[in-house]
Design a protein. Structure first.
Lengths: 455, 365
C-alpha cells in the first residue's frame, strides 16, 4: 500500500498546478484556522416570513488544525458539531467569523471561488446509505471528483479509480457494481475512496463510523489511520463516541451548545479533563467491564437534556446542568483560556485546577440538586487531584508566560483585534466584577495559540 | 442442543420433551425463518436460553444476527399479514412462567402481551403514535389490561411518568410525542411498557438513538426499575459497554445462532469463542491505555440465506484452520460447556482456545 501512496502524489498533476493555492503546509504548520465562527439559522414565521429568532447552532468558536494532525470533535446531538464541519468545508455560509485555509480567507468565497479548494478539502459523510447515489455505479461515484474538477489522472480515470478502490480495501473489479450490492462497511469505504480521489489535504469526516457495526467500525477506523500515515492527511473527525474519538485523535474539542468547552491534547483531556462537562461526558460512557457494574458511584449523571440553542442559557451555557455552577456562571461567559500547556478550557471552576473565580458565591439551588447525583467519593477525589495539579502547574506557569509574551510580539495586530472582540463580549455581560476583569485579561491572551510556537 | 442436557439442573431438558421448565422464561431451539423471493432467510436458527426473574440477560451481536427477531418472536409479534401473504415460520418452544407461547391460543398471548411481557423499542419516535398524546397512549395500554375508568388510568399514567423521571408529569401527560426530547420519549416508552408491572421486559437497543449522557440516565433508570419491580429483563444491544453495565448473563449471537453464552463476567474475562474475541478487540476502550491499533474482525457479516457451511463464522475466523480435517467448513459446531454455566460453539479444543485467549488475544486488548 505504501508504494501506491507514493504513486498517488505523482499521478495527480492538478494538485500542484492549482493556481489559487499556496504551497503545501508542512506537517505542524497551521492548515485551517477558525476565528469567531458563527452560524445562526433564522427562524421565520407568519405570512411575511419575518425572522423571529435564530437557532444558534455554532456560536463563536476558535480553533486551529495543523497539517498532519487529527482534530476530534465531540459533543451531544444538537451541539453544533456537524454544522461546524459543514462550515469549515464551506458547504454552509458562516453568519460571522473567519475560516482560513492555508492562510487564505475562504469565509465568503462563492461556489466558483471554492471550486479549486474542493480538491483540498473533502468530506466523508455519516450515513453510507444516503451519501451514495443509488443509480450510479461505484465507478461513476468515485470518478465524479475527476470529472467535476477536470482532472485527468495519469493512466486514465478508470485505472485511478480502481487503484483507489484497492487502497480502501475494496475489490477493483467491483467497479461496475451499484451501491446496494455493498454492505454498510463497504459503502463507507466507497465514500472514503471518493473523498481521497483528488488527494485532499484536509478530510472532514462527520460521524464516519457511527452507522457501522462494531467489528466493521474497527476496520474503518484502522483504514482511516493507515491512510493518514501513508498520505499525510489531516483529519477533522466529528463523532459522538468518546472512545472512538480518543482512538483516532491527536487533539480533541468538546462542544456544547455551539461553543467549544474544552480543547486539549488527547492524553491531557482523557487523563485529567478540566471542564466539568467533559468530565461528565466521559463518566457517562459505559465501560465494557462487568466488574464495574457495581461502581455506579463513579458516574456523574447530568440532569435533563441539552437546552435549546434558540435561547441558550446566559453566562456559561453549561451552568443549568453543572454541579459546580455559581453566581458568576449565570452572568458571565467564561472565555476559552489556556490553563495548562495544550489544554484550553472555558470554565470558571475547572476540575483538576485552581478555581478561576474562587471568591464567588455558590448557587445553592443549582449546586445542591446536582451534587446529590455526584457521589461524595467522586467529589473528594476530584478535589484531591485539583490540589495536586494546581501545585504542579504553578511551577510550570513561569515558562508558559514567557512563551505568551513572545507570541504577542509576532501576532500583535491579531491579538489586538481579538482583544477588542473579547472586551465587547464581556461588556455584554453587564455586571462586571473583579473576577470578570481577570477573565477578559485571559481572553486577550488566549488567542495567541502557544502551540504554534512549539517549534 | 443435546449436549446441554448433560450439564444438569441449570440447563433445560433437551428439546422434544415438552415438560414445563422451572425457569421463568425458557426458549428452546427457537427458529424463525422468513421465506423470500431469494430464498429462506434463517434469521434465528436454533436458539435456546433461560432467564430467571430479577435477572438480566444481555443479547449482543451485529446487525442481522437475529437479536431483534428473537425478541419479536418471544413477544409473538411475527404473525401472518406482516410480511404480505407469507408467514414467518416459527418453531421451537417459548415457555413463559409455565405457559408455552408458540402453541398457545393467540387470544391468550394477546392478554399476556403488555401485561406479563412488555417491550421497549429502539426508536421511540417511531414507536410512539404521533397522533395521540403520551397520556392517551399510556392510558390505552393500562385499560386494555385493567378494567378501570379513564380518570384512574390517567392518574396511573401520571404516576408512571413521575416514576421514570419526567418533570411536571401532570402537565406533560397531555403532550404529544413530538413535544418530548429523545431521552424523554424513551422514558415515556419505558413508562408505557411498565404501566402493567410486566414480569418480563425486553429492551431492544433502548439507548442506541440517545446521547451518552442520556444513555447513562436511561440505563440507571432501567436498573433501578428492575430492582423495584423484580422483573426479568432481556437487553438487546450491539454495545458491549451497555450489557456490561446491566447484564447478569450474556448471549452472543452470530448468524442467527448462539455462539457463546454464560455469566457476564465469564464472557468478558474468559471468552471462549473467536467471534467474542473479535468483538472485544474491535472496541476502543476508555478504561484502558490507548491501544495502538484496533483488532477488527475481517470481512462482513454473512448472508442469512446462504450461511457459510460448517461454522458460520469460519470465513472471518483467524483460527479456522486450527481444528483438523477442515471440520470448521463442514460441520456446524454445537454449544459445548466450557465452564460453569458457560457454553461456546467452536471446533477448537478447550485447551487450544484457552491458550489462544491467554497468549494471543488477552494481552492485546
Amino acid at each position: 500500500m505504501s508504494d501506491q501512496a507514493e504513486d498517488k502524489a505523482v499521478t495527480i498533476p492538478a494538485q500542484t498546478s492549482g493556481t489559487t493555492l499556496t504551497k503545501d503546509a508542512a506537517p505542524g504548520e497551521t492548515l485551517l484556522k477558525v476565528t469567531g465562527l458563527q452560524k445562526h439559522f433564522p427562524i421565520k414565521k407568519g405570512l411575511l416570513q419575518r425572522q423571529v429568532g435564530a437557532v444558534r447552532a455554532v456560536d463563536g468558536i476558535d480553533f486551529e488544525v495543523k497539517a498532519g494532525e487529527t482534530l476530534g470533535v465531540v459533543g451531544e446531538s444538537g451541539c453544533g458539531k456537524s454544522t461546524m464541519g459543514r462550515l469549515i468545508t464551506r458547504l454552509l455560509e458562516p453568519t460571522a467569523g473567519k475560516v482560513e485555509f492555508e492562510g487564505k480567507d475562504i469565509t465568503h468565497l462563492g461556489v466558483g471561488g471554492m471550486r479549486p479548494l474542493r480538491r483540498d478539502v473533502q468530506m466523508i459523510f455519516q450515513d453510507p446509505y444516503s451519501s451514495l447515489n443509488p443509480r450510479h455505479t461505484i465507478g461513476t461515484i468515485v470518478s465524479a471528483p475527476f470529472k467535476l474538477q477536470g482532472v485527468q489522472p495519469e493512466g486514465g480515470v478508470k485505472k485511478e479509480v480502481q487503484r483507489l478502490l484497492s487502497v480502501v480495501g475494496l475489490n477493483p473489479e467491483h467497479y461496475n457494481r451499484y451501491p446496494h450490492e455493498f454492505s454498510g462497511g463497504q459503502r463507507q469505504r466507497i465514500g472514503i475512496a471518493r473523498a481521497l480521489a483528488l488527494n485532499p489535504k484536509l478530510v472532514v469526516a462527520d460521524e464516519p463510523v457511527s452507522a457501522l457495526d462494531v467489528s466493521i467500525q474497527a476496520q474503518v477506523v484502522n483504514l482511516l489511520d493507515d491512510l493518514q500515515t501513508e498520505l499525510g492527511l489531516t483529519y477533522v473527525i466529528i463523532a459522538h463516541d468518546l472512545s472512538v474519538v480518543r482512538h483516532v485523535s491527536d487533539r480533541i474539542a468538546v462542544m456544547y451548545l455551539g461553543k467549544i468547552m474544552e480543547l486539549a491534547d488527547r492524553d491531557l483531556l482523557y487523563k485529567s479533563p478540566m471542564h466539568p462537562y467533559t468530565k461528565a461526558l466521559m463518566s457517562a460512557v459505559p465501560i465494557p467491564d462487568p466488574a464495574r457494574k457495581a461502581a455506579k458511584s463513579e458516574r456523574i449523571l447530568l440532569k435533563g437534556d441539552v437546552p435549546s440553542p434558540i435561547a441558550p442559557p446566559s453566562g456559561c451555557r453549561f451552568h443549568t446542568r453543572c454541579w459546580k455552577a455559581t453566581q458568576i456562571c449565570t452572568t458571565t461567559e467564561p472565555p476559552l483560556k489556556e490553563l495548562r500547556p495544550g489544554q484550553q478550557v472555558a470554565c470558571h471552576h475547572p476540575e483538576n485546577f485552581e478555581d478561576q473565580a474562587p471568591q464567588d458565591v455558590v448557587l445553592l439551588t443549582a449546586a445542591k440538586e446536582a451534587a446529590e447525583l455526584v457521589s461524595e467519593q467522586a467529589l473528594a477525589e476530584s478535589a484531591a487531584t485539583s490540589a495536586a495539579v494546581a501545585a504542579e502547574v504553578e511551577t510550570s506557569e513561569t515558562s508558559e508566560t514567557f512563551e505568551t509574551s513572545e507570541g504577542t510580539e509576532t501576532e500583535a495586530s491579531e491579538t489586538e483585534a481579538t482583544e477588542a472582540e473579547a472586551t465587547e463580549t464581556d461588556a455584554a455581560g453587564a455586571e462586571s466584577s473583579e473576577t470578570e476583569a481577570e477573565a477578559s485579561e485571559g481572553a486577550g491572551s488566549r488567542d495567541e495559540e502557544p502551540p504554534t510556537k512549539e517549534k | 442442543m443435546t449436549e446441554l442436557s448433560k450439564s444438569g439442573a441449570a440447563v433445560g431438558e433437551p428439546t422434544g420433551t415438552s415438560s414445563a421448565p422451572t425457569a421463568f422464561l425458557e426458549v428452546r431451539d427457537l427458529k424463525v425463518h422468513f421465506p423470500t423471493d431469494d430464498g429462506l432467510v434463517k434469521s434465528v436458527d436454533g436458539l435456546s436460553f433461560q432467564l430467571e426473574k430479577g435477572k438480566t440477560l444481555g443479547i449482543v451481536g451485529e446487525s442481522g444476527s437475529g437479536k431483534s427477531v428473537t425478541s419479536l418472536g418471544i413477544m409473538g409479534l411475527h404473525t401472518a399479514g406482516q410480511y404480505g401473504k407469507r408467514k414467518a415460520q416459527i418453531s421451537g418452544e417459548i415457555w413463559l412462567d409455565g405457559t408455552e407461547l408458540l402453541s398457545a391460543d393467540p387470544d391468550h398471548v394477546r392478554k399476556l402481551r403488555g401485561r406479563e411481557m412488555a417491550m421497549i423499542f429502539q426508536d421511540p419516535l417511531s414507536a410512539l403514535h404521533p397522533y395521540y398524546t403520551i397520556g392517551q397512549q399510556i392510558v390505552e395500554a393500562y385499560r386494555i389490561h385493567h378494567p378501570v375508568d379513564k380518570k384512574t388510568a390517567k392518574r396511573r399514567a401520571v404516576e408512571m411518568l413521575d416514576r421514570v423521571g419526567i418533570p411536571q408529569p401532570d402537565k406533560r401527560v397531555d403532550n404529544y410525542p413530538h413535544e418530548f426530547s429523545g431521552g424523554m420519549r424513551q422514558r415515556a416508552m419505558i413508562a408505557m411498557s411498565l404501566v402493567n408491572n410486566p414480569e418480563l421486559l425486553i429492551a431492544d437497543e433502548p439507548t442506541t438513538a440517545l446521547d451518552v449522557t442520556v444513555q447513562a440516565q436511561i440505563l440507571d433508570l432501567i436498573r433501578d426499575l428492575q430492582k423495584e419491580f423484580g422483573s426479568a429483563v432481556i437487553i438487546i444491544t450491539h454495545d458491549l459497554g451497555v450489557v456490561a453495565e446491566l447484564a447478569d448473563d450474556l448471549l452472543v449471537m452470530y448468524g442467527g445462532r448462539c455462539v457463546e453464552r454464560g455469566p457476564a463476567e465469564k464472557v468478558f474475562y474468559e471468552p471462549r469463542h473467536p467471534y467474542t474475541w473479535g468483538l472485544l478487540g474491535s472496541m476502543p476502550r476508555l478504561d484502558r491505555e490507548q491501544q495502538e491499533r484496533l483488532i477488527p474482525v475481517k470481512g462482513s457479516p454473512p448472508s442469512l440465506i446462504n450461511l457459510p457451511s460448517g461454522c458460520a463464522f469460519n470465513p472471518r475466523c483467524p483460527y479456522a484452520d486450527v481444528p483438523k480435517d477442515d471440520v470448521t467448513r463442514t460441520v456446524r459446531p454445537d454449544l459445548t460447556e466450557v465452564g460453569s454455566k458457560h457454553w461456546a460453539a467452536c471446533h477448537m479444543s478447550q485447551e487450544q482456545r484457552e491458550r489462544i485467549w491467554t497468549e494471543e488475544i488477552a494481552p492485546k486488548l
